[in-house]
Design a protein. Structure first.
Length: 352
């Protein structure tokens, strides 16, 4: 009996030591440094949507992010993380601990990609930009002009293009609702849609953010006085749907009576001509108080403004002199249509 007790105690001690060693190994596997990356300093892993816990663990082990799939499964179950693991694209540094890997997958720290939509792009151009992103899926149709807010948007690999586009449209709706509620009284338009249309014209008239409030004020002053907007970008939109024209506007195009020719129609065109940015929308809803009715290029990338036709004509004359110096007159002699020379669009901006 004594010998049996000694054997049992010896076996128990051996099992205890073995259990301790296993516990130490498990703890080290979970808390200690993970495997080295197979290549470089980072490992990218895609955990598909709908993956089970064993599949997630197996994927991480196969990609060399963790050493043991069973330990990962057990740790996720013991810690309660098993039901909160999130699919997506992850990036793990070489030798990241299993504990950190589990925490990242539990918290959904996926890789965020981004797409930037510049101000003044048309809806068709935005859809083309989404189509060019090969890490997105699905097909998105072009929404109505002016329904997108140009910003930088984040997305995850494999996300549907239409979902990203919807976020862009929701952002615009939220912005216009907020700014419309705080708009100046007695503006010469009555709906948010008309505000977006005017903002799109402001957006296309100047690339300088500092000028947008002043340009907006000019157009609003003209609308209030019943003057035509005479905006060159509206003519271009009617011809190319917002694509670069690549030449000056022709005299025949200035005279053509189309829905988008604000030299020929009163008031606003029927739709926006681009997707205006935050600054342009804010400018038309809260314009500065000015008497200015005209503006023309100043030769430096900006514009010079005037309240009277006489002042404006003098500014136009200065711009024409700059053009002649730059040889613009010679370049404008060539036309793709025989017998019709282009009119220099920037110099006639909002000239009555």
């Amino acid at each position: 009996m004594r010998r049996l007790m000694i054997m049992l105690l010896s076996a128990a001690a051996t099992l205890a030591v073995a259990a301790m060693l296993v516990a130490v190994w498990v703890a080290w596997s979970f808390q200690g440094p993970g495997p080295a990356a197979k290549s470089g300093e980072m490992t990218t892993v895609m955990l598909r949507h709908g993956s089970s816990l064993p599949e997630i663990a197996s994927t991480l082990a196969h990609e060399g992010v963790i050493r043991s799939a069973p330990i990962f499964v057990a740790a996720a179950q013991v810690t309660g993380a098993a039901r909160r693991l999130k699919a997506g694209e992850y990036e793990f540094a070489s030798r990241t601990s299993m504990a950190s890997v589990l925490a990242d997958v539990r918290d959904g720290k996926i890789i965020r990609h981004q797409i930037t939509i510049p101000e003044g792009r048309t809806s068709e151009m935005v859809v083309e930009a989404l189509a060019a992103k090969t890490d997105l899926t699905g097909v998105a149709a072009a929404p109505p002009e002016g329904s997108i807010l140009p910003e930088t948007y984040q997305y995850e690999r494999g996300e549907d293009r239409s979902a990203v586009l919807r976020r862009m449209m929701d952002a615009r709706d939220q912005l216009i609702a907020s700014l419309w509620a705080k708009r100046q009284p007695d503006l010469p338009f009555t709906t948010p849609e008309e505000a977006i249309t005017l903002a799109s014209i402001v957006e296309k008239e100047t690339g300088k953010a500092s000028e947008r409030p002043r340009v907006a004020a000019v157009f609003i002053n003209r609308l209030r006085q019943g003057m035509r907007l005479q905006s060159d970008p509206t003519i271009i939109y009617g011809i190319t749907q917002g694509r670069p024209l690549g030449r000056g506007i022709r005299a025949s195009e200035l005279a053509a009576e189309t829905p988008y020719n604000t030299y020929a129609i009163n008031g606003l065109p029927p739709t926006p001509i681009a997707n205006p940015g935050r600054a342009a929308i804010a400018a038309v809803l809260d314009p500065p108080k000015t008497t200015e009715l005209f503006f023309v290029a100043d030769g430096t990338g900006g514009h010079v403004f005037a309240s009277t036709l006489a002042e404006h004509n003098a500014n136009v004359a200065k711009w024409r002199a700059i053009e002649r110096t730059r040889g613009a007159a010679a370049s404008n002699e060539t036309s793709t249509l025989a017998g019709e020379a282009p009119v220099d669009a920037p110099a006639v901006t909002v000239e009555p």
